[in-house]
Design a protein around this ligand. Structure first.
Ligand code: ADP
Ligand code: ADP
Ligand code: ZN
Length: 215
């Protein structure tokens, strides 16, 4: 099964993708994570993407689609893919169709996480992750069971993203409205979109996604 998690920054895509990975052994393909790894490693792609990401604008379609193609090639044919943060433009949606069909894969479902914009700034400004395993947390909504210790791996080091500030969030939301939301009709026309209330508790959102995937 191959699915897309679609929604504005802070909607809960990464949080839900991590849960699906753990429960169903699917693989999370996050272009944001891939780009941050490239920036950290100082690769040519990273050097090109760094400033764009810091402004909250979109990196070129060509770069992100190439990253997705590489990850798909590195995956077992039987492992399902969760696309998180990709596609974000009509051109990327087209590329994804080609990338999947070239590999004998199809797109089974698009989950749209619907959230109030007012909630997103608070979510994003409180977001942090484990520096070791990448598990996501929130200052208020998802704290580690033991303060300062990662639930999953026991690490005591955490990090915050440089672009998770109020100013950048506004740009990222505007990018989402202008370029990403308009791709939904493509998938609606295929009858594969399920809308999920992303304002519910994290566990309830997971349950709703699981229901959507079992139909
Ligand atoms: P969020 O989870 O907050 O939506 P991401 O981690 O998905 O953020 O993305 C962070 C930044 O990386 C984006 O603001 C953008 O600059 C870049 N980026 C990630 N995915 C894409 C993509 N599919 N197309 C273009 N730019 C992307
Ligand atoms: P995205 O990948 O869509 O940008 P994240 O999954 O990183 O979003 O979630 C953003 C922040 O909001 C994280 O700190 C996460 O812990 C928190 N969060 C995610 N889902 C919910 C939810 N349903 N209710 C409250 N907080 C949430
Ligand atoms: Zn950890």
């Amino acid at each position: 099964m191959n699915i897309i998690l679609l929604g504005p920054p802070g909607a809960g895509k990464g949080t839900q993708a991590q849960r699906l990975v753990e429960k169903f052994g699917m693989r999370q393909l996050s272009t944001g994570d891939m780009l941050r790894a490239a920036v950290k490693a100082g690769t040519p792609v990273g050097l090109q993407a760094k400033a764009v990401m810091e402004r909250g604008e979109l990196v070129s379609d060509q770069i992100v689609s190439a990253l997705i193609g590489e990850e798909l090639d590195a995956m077992g044919a039987g492992t399902g893919a969760i696309f998180d943060g990709y596609p974000r433009t009509a051109a990327q949606a087209e590329s994804l169709d080609a990338l999947l069909s070239d590999r004998g894969r199809g797109l089974d479902r698009v989950i749209e996480l619907e959230v109030d914009e007012d909630a997103l700034v608070e979510r994003i400004c409180g977001r942090f992750t484990c520096a070791n395993c990448g598990k996501g947390y929130h200052d208020k909504f998802e704290q580690p069971n033991q303060a300062g210790v990662c639930d999953k791996c026991g690490s005591t080091e955490f990090k915050r993203r440089p672009d998770d500030n109020e100013e950048t969030v506004r740009t990222r939301m505007a990018e989402y409205r202008a370029k990403t939301a308009p791709i939904l009709p493509i998938y609606d026309a295929r009858g594969i979109v399920t809308r999920v209330n992303g304002m519910a508790d994290i566990d309830q959102v997971t349950a709703a996604i699981e229901r959507a995937l079992s139909v």
